[in-house]
Design a protein around this ligand. Structure first.
Ligand SMILES: C[S@@+](CC[C@H](N)C(=O)[O-])C[C@H]1O[C@@H](n2cnc3c(N)ncnc32)[C@H](O)[C@@H]1O
Length: 323
């Protein structure tokens, strides 16, 4: 079953006007994910330079029984499910009461839920197309009633938000999941600049195509007149802020029409398409604590490139001991 709560055109227009008015210009990362954006993201995940997906998937597969034991029973709620493949080993080990996939990319969500349902035929599956950062509550559904909620947020997607936004998002998840819930979250670690920059600048050009697709989407859905050739693509590690920044950079002074307004670009001016903040475990746990979550357990790959953190609510009495 699929519920459509995708932001309305007026809300998208408002967000785009707000983002284009920032300095530097920056649009919400979720706008990257239309049907084509989701397809391009899948291709990025397979590039040799982008190890994140392979590392996290291997960790989930290797540690599924431990993760399931630490999570305990309940309904799994995945934020930004994408193709919903990473959750499969967890579902097999956990046998949750139901699975809820939240994702903004409507055309991608339906086939992802169908494929997951084929892999787990007895599992109640619910897809919700929405912006999870703004969802007021999970829609009522009989399969969700009477069970605790286990949040799953893989892919280090929290890195798309700046630290204040990440704190607000963790509070939002706290609210959506409810008292006594748990959250399993995947976090990419800071690593050598060369490795990080290569991961977001793959030689085959998928990362660039993914960023450029944003312009196609803005032209189609928000009345834009971007010319892709007017922009170059850049991804760079900002060590001071602990983030990769990805941007389309204007090649000359120009003006673009978008969302019913004209927007000037200076030569060399960036339009930030997304950030990817990286957190060492201590730094991430300190951030989580500011949003009412406490680290209960942590799993890493042997190279220490990526960590899965199990968070419990700091005010909950249902903490489990570390596995
Ligand atoms: C980086 S991809 C990760 C996909 C998958 N979870 C993984 O780990 O491979 C981010 C996913 O979250 C979705 N997404 C991004 N921002 C979102 C938002 N604000 N609300 C709902 N879904 C969002 C995208 O459509 C995409 O499927």
């Amino acid at each position: 079953m699929l519920i459509d709560l995708h932001p309305q055109p007026a809300d998208m227009t408002r967000l785009v006007i707000e983002g284009m008015g920032r300095s530097p210009k920056q649009l919400p990362a979720w706008l990257l994910y239309d049907a084509e954006g989701s397809r391009l993201f899948e291709a990025i995940c397979e590039q040799p330079e982008y190890g994140l997906t392979r590392t996290e998937t291997a960790l989930l597969e290797a540690r599924a029984p431990e993760l399931a034991a630490a999570l305990g029973p309940g309904v799994v709620v995945e934020f930004g499910a994408g193709n919903a493949r990473k959750v499969s080993p967890l579902i097999s080990a956990l046998r949750p009461a139901a699975y809820v996939a939240l994702d903004i990319s409507a055309d991608h969500l339906a086939p992802a839920c169908q494929a997951l349902q084929r892999r787990h035929p007895d599992l109640p599956v619910l897809g919700i197309c929405c912006d999870y950062s703004l969802l007021e509550q999970l829609p009522g559904h009989p399969a969700l009633e009477g069970h605790g909620r286990l949040g799953f947020y893989p892919g280090s997607s929290i890195g798309n938000f700046d630290p204040a936004g990440a704190q607000a998002l963790l509070r939002q998840f706290h609210r959506l999941l409810g008292t006594g819930s748990r959250l399993l979250i995947g976090i990419d670690q800071p690593k050598a600049k060369e490795r990080l920059e290569a991961a977001y600048n793959d030689a085959a050009g998928w990362s660039e195509a993914f960023a450029r697709n944003l312009l196609t989407r803005l032209n189609r859905d928000l009345g834009g007149d971007f010319q892709s050739a007017d922009f170059g693509y850049r991804a760079w590690w900002d060590a001071e802020r602990g983030r990769i920044a990805m941007a389309l950079v204007s090649q000359r002074e120009l003006e673009v029409q978008l969302a019913g307004r004209y927007w000037p670009f200076a030569a060399g001016e960036p339009l930030i398409t997304e950030y990817s903040y990286k957190y060492a475990p201590e730094a991430f746990l300190a951030l989580a604590a500011t949003a009412g979550w406490q680290g209960a357990a942590q799993w890493s790959d042997p190279a220490g490139d990526f960590a899965l953190h199990l968070l419990v609510q700091a005010d909950s009495e249902q903490h489990r001991s570390d596995p």
